[in-house]
Ligand binder design. Structure first.
Ligand code: MRU
Length: 351
């Protein structure tokens, strides 16, 4: 996938934009009630925005980090043109530490490092070109995955998705929602069930909103309704994104994906994971080695800053879980589809 500019129609909204020499992020904490764009001109501020979930979703985090490297290099060059490479290291480490599970963040920083290893003179134009390319490639990958994934879905299907793997979580169009968008346009999907995704409600706030805007019929359900939905409605696929896929095909994704996949297995419903190759981590042998982000207890002991749990309760709040490869029917990437993933098949495609 190698496109300098997007060949696809402009998205109705963009989670990540480069605008007038600054990074602009759509504040996803405020959606769907308010549409607020925030501007960033420093890498440390972008790292904070990633931590605070202003931008979220593995590919979108990676793209934001790539633009943040441009900002870091600009300020280091302006301060001392002789040692800008050394000067930006602290910024790069800060960015890489912002969220541990999404490998796209580390992938994007590594891609940007490859550029600054070979350039001479002012770094910004070269780095910006690469960051824009990473962004455009992600959109193109989403459209390709949309095409490949949709082919697997028979007409008039009903599907379930979890969290938000849409335009908001990517450079545009979406991974899981990219497949859903394409399949809906082709008459293959007639209804989507979106699970709310506690505790950040990406399903309720973001996925429902994205699908509504595209006039794709969607029902919002609570996370714990999924098994009963699978029992009582005709569901063809569970379609989700991923934050990192290990070399054996184990999938890290938003907490709750694993239990949805177990329910799908029990009910004979197929599981499709849609992710660009930048989400594949062939250095990690299995899901057991994927770092899982633990977030603050307040995210579950409080609701909209109102305490709902007893004061001294110890809460555990992992943001992601691992769905073992044996529960996954297909991994759809822009490079192709891996069916019933295992280490041999993953190696054959991603070597
Ligand atoms: O905590 P989030 O909102 O960043 O989690 C996002 C997810 O788990 C998505 O499913 C994943 O990043 C894939 S997005 C294309």
């Amino acid at each position: 996938m190698n496109s300098n500019k997007s060949e696809y129609p402009t998205e109705t909204f963009s989670a990540v934009k480069w605008n007038a020499g600054m990074l602009t992020l759509l504040d996803q904490r405020k959606l769907p009630g308010e549409i607020i764009y925030l501007n960033y001109d420093s890498a440390s501020a972008v790292a904070a925005a990633i931590k605070e979930m202003i931008v979220r979703g593995a590919p979108a985090i990676g793209i934001a980090a790539a633009y943040a490297v441009v900002l870091a290099a600009r300020s280091a060059w302006q301060e001392n043109a002789d040692c800008w490479r050394e000067a930006i290291e602290a910024d790069l480490m800060n960015l890489a530490a912002a969220r541990p599970t999404a490998v796209n963040l580390h992938w994007a920083i590594a891609e940007m490092r490859q550029v600054f290893a070979i350039i001479e003179g002012e770094p910004e134009p070269f780095l910006l070109e690469r960051a824009k390319q990473i962004h455009a490639d992600d959109i193109a990958a989403n459209h390709e995955m949309g095409r490949l994934g949709a082919e697997l879905i028979v007409p008039d299907s009903q599907v379930i998705t979890h969290c938000n793997a849409g335009a908001l979580a990517t450079g545009g169009y979406g991974t899981a929602l990219g497949v859903i968008r394409t399949a809906f346009n082709q008459g293959r999907i007639k209804r989507v069930f979106a699970s709310e995704t506690r505790p950040w409600f990406q399903g309720a706030r973001l996925t429902s909103w994205e699908l509504q805007q595209d006039h794709i019929p969607v029902n919002l359900v609570i996370d714990s309704a999924i098994a009963s939905l699978m029992e009582n409605r005709k569901i063809a696929w569970l379609i989700v994104g991923s934050d990192r896929i290990a070399a054996n095909g184990d999938v890290a994704n938003k907490i709750g994906t694993y239990s949805h996949a177990v329910s799908a297995y029990y009910h004979g419903i197929k599981v499709m994971v849609v992710a660009p190759s930048s989400t594949i981590d062939m250095q990690i042998e299995s899901g057991a080695n994927i770092p899982i982000e633990n977030r603050s207890a307040e995210e579950i002991t409080e609701f909209n800053t109102i305490r709902i749990a007893p004061n001294d309760i110890e809460a555990i709040n992992p943001a992601f879980d691992i769905t073992p490869a044996k529960l996954v029917d297909v991994i759809v990437t822009e490079k192709g589809i891996v069916r019933s993933p295992n280490v041999e098949k993953m190696l054959a495609m991603f070597g």
